[in-house]
Design a protein around this ligand. Structure first.
Ligand SMILES: NC(=O)c1ccc[n+]([C@@H]2O[C@H](COP(=O)([O-])OP(=O)(O)OC[C@H]3O[C@@H](n4cnc5c(N)ncnc54)[C@H](O)[C@@H]3O)[C@@H](O)[C@H]2O)c1
Length: 703
């Protein structure tokens, strides 16, 4: 024995794999050899005794995992925070460990019931004593971290574990002497990795490979320059030797079957206190309320998943279940996050789901002035597609011009206060912008499944439809188009050149002619190839009647562009009878406004193509205003652009052959959007046929 360092161990008299509470135990029930386990434990005990004092706690029958003393509690100086095991299979160990700590003169703190914390398995002191690394995600709750900070009077840095094989912090993270750190980065989320990188300089971080990680190389015991572990690769041993550490390998394979190794089998009971350091914890908690058809619509599951997926943890404080099928439920959930930034991100996602931050009911939104035109203050709230309200001077004010990815600008005029979504470049000095996430709520429709099914757009709300269901979708879209037209509503179409290449041009032209389209948005290409077809019978050089490429046809579209440029505009070419059919022809003839937004790919461009993108975006937004439905036809670029400008509540139908594009657009969480994965030419042809069948929406409904 060379130092005054002490460890607590527990002999493996009753050790066995009796149950499964981690992935390592699966398939290993009663597969460990008692004899080998004793031999391996004794070997570890022997090694440690050469470098430190080892105390023993008596093993207890019926508690096979008591051998893993790391989970007894967390010690700093004379204080211990006793573990509160998550699984009942280990909870019976608590009184025995408590007794040992009390008998040995420690002051024991106990966490509230139902707040799991698994001791030094999930909380590791920096070996310089500067702070405590605390894990959460599988066994320990994030909410226990503030208690550790308070009772041990130390800064706590919370790390989130995301790989269930590394369910305790000490399975993938091992602070070493002189500020070194041995760890397996993929076991942590990106926020935690950033935190580690901020606190431990690059030269001191020893990141290990998966092969070493699964041999529990991080589950090591460090005493000065000695690192005791189950097994290490030659590369790891060399890397540690370079930094002055000597690896002592001692096989612990019998304990690996239960998901533990050297570190798990020991608890360091002499952890010196640094008097000059004090408590500090960045964990934040807030209480949110969420209401609606929480179970039926899956909203509560989505909210809780969202909290954990974004690095937080939760506790459901109240759940008031609606008594009738149609009545709504309400839940109050305590959300905890390891930092203010993470909390803001979680809360802004929850706001999107319609949740309200409870104390914020009484708090106004935070505002900051715009000091530079076109630039929002840092930390500005990024708007979503959902109708939003902000609380200003005690009043909830509805936000105008709702759209995604904008800032909420507040202006005070003699007429009163207005809140509106603005894109960054439109922000003006003198306006204020909503920052942070307080005093903001979104109004979400949380219909029950039955209510949603009763709506006409119903079955589409299930999301992306498969090929088999295309005809059914077409029927619904046709019905909707007819209804909107008869009511004098507005349908905007955004389309790419594939509409023309697939033969859909004539059908789209017919829709325009028959009054089903009130605005057309697209790029240079839809117009170029439509006019190419009208003037030369080809689309991108392919004869549209025979389906074969025409010699020299690849130049057709350039000739067309040249001709239209000579006339000065598409409208003038229509007037001069150079264009006599097609999509653009029908737009001009029927006075349907269109906007062609330029792109880097454009040939020409046509004189009508707006190459100033800011102007094009403004014109798109103008044409989309008060649309009842948007048909997005095979243009990823323009459809996504339009999607971002559109508030929830506008029905969107996205047709594309690529499921990923359709999913991206219909996945905005809005029940009104539907994706159709099919050929756009086929879709348009079916749509026109279907519309012809509908003599009148009312006769169709009655029959
Ligand atoms: N000559 C030109 O000037 C020229 C030519 C091409 C594109 N452009 C410009 O480039 C930009 C992007 O072009 P884009 O919108 O065509 O490309 P895009 O890649 O944004 O979208 C094309 C979409 O069509 C889908 N698609 C392909 N075949 C389909 C089919 N049979 N049925 C249904 N969907 C199908 C694809 O999956 C894709 O999502 C536009 O602004 C356009 O005007 C210019």
């Amino acid at each position: 024995m060379t130092s005054q360092i002490r460890f607590l161990m527990c002999a493996p008299n009753h050790y066995d794999v009796d149950y499964v509470i981690n992935p390592w135990m699966e398939g290993n029930i009663h597969k460990s050899s008692q004899e080998r386990a004793v031999e391996q434990w004794e070997q570890l005990h022997h090694i440690l005794k050469e470098h430190a004092i080892v105390d023993l706690v008596p093993p207890q029958k019926g508690w096979p995992d008591m051998v893993f003393t790391a989970n007894a509690g967390l010690i700093l100086g004379n204080t211990v925070v006793l573990s509160r095991f998550l699984h009942k299979e280990r909870q019976g160990e608590e009184p025995y460990f408590k007794q040992w700590f009390e008998e040995n003169g420690y002051t024991v703190y106990e966490l509230p019931k139902d707040l799991p914390f698994e001791g030094a398995g999930d909380a590791l002191l920096d070996r310089e004593g500067r702070w405590l690394w605390a894990g959460y995600g599988f066994r320990t709750e994030l909410d226990s971290h503030p208690y550790l900070a308070k009772w041990l009077d130390i800064e706590v840095l919370s790390l989130r574990l995301i790989d269930e094989r590394f369910y305790h912090l000490d399975t993938c993270f091992c602070p070493l002497a002189n500020g070194y750190l041995l760890y397996y980065p993929p076991a942590f989320d990106s926020y935690s990795n950033r935190l580690i990188e901020m606190r431990v300089q690059k030269e001191k971080r020893i990141a290990i490979a998966e092969a070493d990680a699964v041999n529990f190389a991080c589950n090591a015991v460090n005493v000065d320059h000695i690192v005791v572990m189950n097994k290490a690769s030659e590369a790891l041993k060399a890397r540690l030797a370079d930094t002055g550490f000597q690896v002592i390998e001692t096989p612990l394979t019998e304990f690996l079957k239960a998901g533990g190794a050297a570190k798990c089998l020991t608890l360091r009971v002499t952890e010196p206190v640094r008097e000059e350091l004090h408590a500090n914890v960045s964990v934040e908690s807030r209480i949110i309320r969420i209401e609606g058809h929480l179970l039926d619509s899956g909203l509560i599951n989505r909210a809780l998943d969202l909290i954990t997926d974004n690095g937080g943890s939760f506790q459901v404080l109240n759940f008031l279940l609606g008594e009738q099928r149609q009545s709504t439920s309400a839940a109050e959930v305590k959300v905890s996050a390891p930092s203010h930034d993470v909390m803001e991100s979680i809360i802004s996602h929850l706001i999107d789901l319609g949740a309200v931050d409870l104390p914020q009911d009484e708090r106004d939104a935070k505002l900051e002035p715009v000091t530079q035109a076109g630039v929002a203050p840092d930390d500005f709230y990024v708007s979503t597609i959902y109708p939003t309200e902000v609380r200003i001077k005690g009043e909830w004010v509805k936000v105008q011009n709702q759209r995604m990815d904008g800032a909420i600008a507040i202006t005070q005029s003699p007429k009163g206060l207005t809140a509106q979504c603005k894109i960054l470049r439109d922000l003006e000095v003198g306006e204020s912008v909503v920052v942070d996430v307080q005093g903001i709520r979104t109004i979400r429709k949380t219909e029950s499944r039955e209510q949603r099914n009763a709506q006409e757009f119903s079955f589409m709300s299930a999301g992306v439809s498969s090929e088999r269901r295309v005809e059914l979708v077409v029927e619904q879209v046709a019905w909707e188009l007819r209804k909107i037209r008869d009511a004098g509503g507005k349908v905007a179409v955004t389309a790419g050149p594939v509409v023309i290449h697939t033969g859909g041009g004539e059908h789209l032209a017919q829709l325009i002619r028959e009054g089903y389209v009130q605005a057309l948005l697209g790029g240079n290409a839809i117009a170029v190839h439509d006019i190419e077809q009208a003037m030369m019978g080809t689309s991108l050089g392919v004869d549209m009647k025979r389906g074969v490429a025409v010699r020299g046809g690849h130049r057709h579209h350039l000739k067309v562009i040249n001709t239209i440029r000579r006339y000065g505009s598409i409208a003038k070419a229509v007037e001069a009878r150079v264009i006599n059919s097609g999509v653009m022809y029908e737009c001009v003839r029927n006075g349907i406004p269109f906007c062609l937004a330029g792109s880097i790919r454009d040939d020409g461009p046509l004189p009508d193509t707006e190459m100033d993108l800011i102007k094009a975006q403004t014109e798109y937004a103008r044409l989309l205003k008060s649309a009842d439905m948007i048909l997005m036809l095979s243009s990823m670029l323009h459809s996504i652009g339009v999607g971002n400008m559109t508030p929830a509540g506008v029905k969107m139908v996205c047709v594309d052959i690529n499921p990923a594009v359709v999913t991206k657009l219909s996945d905005r969480g809005s029940v009104e959007s539907v994706g159709v994965v099919t050929d756009v030419g086929l879709f348009l042809s079916l749509l026109v046929q279907q519309l012809q069948k509908l003599t009148s929406p009312y006769t169709a409904k009655v029959s």
